[in-house]
Design a protein around this ligand. Structure first.
Ligand code: AMP
Ligand code: GLY
Length: 426
């Protein structure tokens, strides 16, 4: 099989690495991909942006690919799957209608409310004065969210109404996220521990992946602004077997059934961002794709071939499938550029990637790297996802940090506490 992987981050490098191990696969084209993907067996790059649906369709058709795997949310929300499916191509990723679950927080919240899925209370506003009048009446912490896609930056967890009013101004008046800020959600602020719950679905069967946990804030101890994710591990012991059952029954299955009832049947990875407290989970958000960096530890632990699972999701036969996992724990530490998640430096020379890859049980996935005259250079905010597997969370953490210590560039930043929440539960 010839497979097209759309995207260029750490998640897509992990897809290409995992898919390349399948005996069914002869060739992978990543578009636009990254230099880490280009170095994987069976892989080559094609220079089409993930924001160019017609260009991607043209590429997929002229290459005669057997399967298209879409990594990021933006092309899914823009309807890439629909376009390619109507041309007779096989696509792993939801339709534009179903992708609204991530593309519009208002759509997602209304769906959750209509179908009784546990999620924080909320109000929707499309008018700045009404929203600010509402905020002036509340006390205590509150969350303000831009409705549309905002590259993971549209959510403000505010300590009080002053912070909330400032978030509202940023979204609705300064229009920092453009039209994504035409509407806002003002939402009850929950406390607890977060986890990522990701499943593969064909629109009927929901096949859960192992549990995982991301670390969104930039600094140790969950301090500082939110990022796309600074590290992740799997499994996440906060998701006990009992809680896993409840999440499937109360959140994942109802959402997939709700989408089918709303004429938006879902095929692909479905990701619920959860807040967990006292053995109960509430849904904070849905993503219509695999998480990044959750992909790295999850696919590092996946023993099953991913390709037949994706094909079964497209063909509606997931009911016959199971997923096997390696028993080890896996941890990914994201190494980022100085300044990220704000404006960051680029073009710094990276050393030590080969030395890090040489640590037993370690793989370095590329996200924001390029080729300079003397080797790899930084080109993005999140640069590398150093991922390790070992038996037990403690040894996996030790291993991953042995590897990160070998990698250097000027201004490199990474969290030193990835996995500690799991360690504290041992
Ligand atoms: P989202 O993109 O909606 O997941 O929000 C990004 C991050 O904001 C989440 O991972 C949480 O850390 C935080 N967050 C979102 N909604 C809430 C909420 N209702 N209560 C507390 N924290 C939240
Ligand atoms: N790691 C969070 C996300 O992929 O949205």
């Amino acid at each position: 099989m010839k497979i097209l992987v759309v995207g260029s981050g750490g998640r897509e490098h992990t897809f290409a690495w995992k898919i390349g191990q399948s005996a069914l696969v002869t060739e992978i084209i990543a578009t636009p991909g990254n230099v880490g993907i280009a170095a994987e067996p069976k892989c080559r790059l094609a220079p089409v942006s993930s924001d160019n649906p017609t260009g991607l369709l043209k590429l997929a058709s002229s290459e005669g690919v057997d399967l298209i795997v879409v990594g990021p949310e933006a092309p899914l929300v823009a309807g890439l799957s629909d376009l390619c499916r109507s041309a007779g191509l096989k696509v792993f990723g939801p339709s534009g209608n179903a992708a609204l679950l991530e593309g519009s927080k208002v759509f997602a919240k209304n769906l959750l409310q209509k179908y009784g899925v546990p999620s924080p209370g909320y109000e929707v506003f499309d008018d700045f004065s009404q929203a600010s009048r509402y905020l002036k009446r509340i006390s205590g912490p509150i969350v303000v969210k831009a409705d549309g896609l905002a590259a993971g930056k549209g959510v403000f967890v505010c300590r009080d109404k002053t912070e909330a009013l400032s978030a509202l101004t940023t979204i609705m008046q300064e229009k920092v996220f453009g039209d994504a800020g035409n509407r806002v959600i003002i939402e009850e602020c929950l406390e607890g521990e977060e986890a990522s719950f990701i499943a593969i679905t064909d629109g009927k069967t929901v096949l859960p992946l192992a549990s995982s946990q991301d670390h969104k804030p930039i600094f140790d101890g969950d301090m500082g602004p939110n990022t796309g994710g600074m590290g992740a591990y799997s499994p996440a012991p906060v998701v006990t077997p009992q809680l896993h059952e409840r999440i499937m029954k109360e959140i994942m299955v109802p959402v997939v059934q709700a989408l089918e009832k709303e004429n938006a049947p879902y095929v692909g990875f479905l990701y619920a961002g959860l807040m967990i407290k006292d053995g109960k989970a509430q849904a904070l958000e849905f993503n219509v794709r695999m998480g990044d960096p959750e992909a790295q530890p999850l696919l590092f632990r996946m023993k099953s071939d991913l390709v037949p699972l994706m094909i079964a999701a497209i063909e509606g036969s997931l009911i016959d499938k199971e997923i096997e996992w390696f028993p080890e724990d896996s941890v990914c530490v994201v190494m980022a550029s100085h300044g990220y998640p704000g404006s960051y430096e680029k073009g710094k020379r990276i050393t030590g990637i080969d030395e890090a890859n040489a640590v037993e049980g370690v793989k370095v996935f590329h996200a924001g790297t390029g080729r300079g005259p003397d080797g790899y250079i930084t080109t993005g905010g999140r640069v590398l996802g150093v991922t390790a597997k070992a038996s037990g969370i403690g040894p996996a953490i030790e291993r991953v940090y042995q590897a990160t210590e070998r990698i250097r560039w000027e201004g490199v930043h990474y969290r030193k506490d990835i996995g500690n929440k799991a360690l504290n539960r041992c």
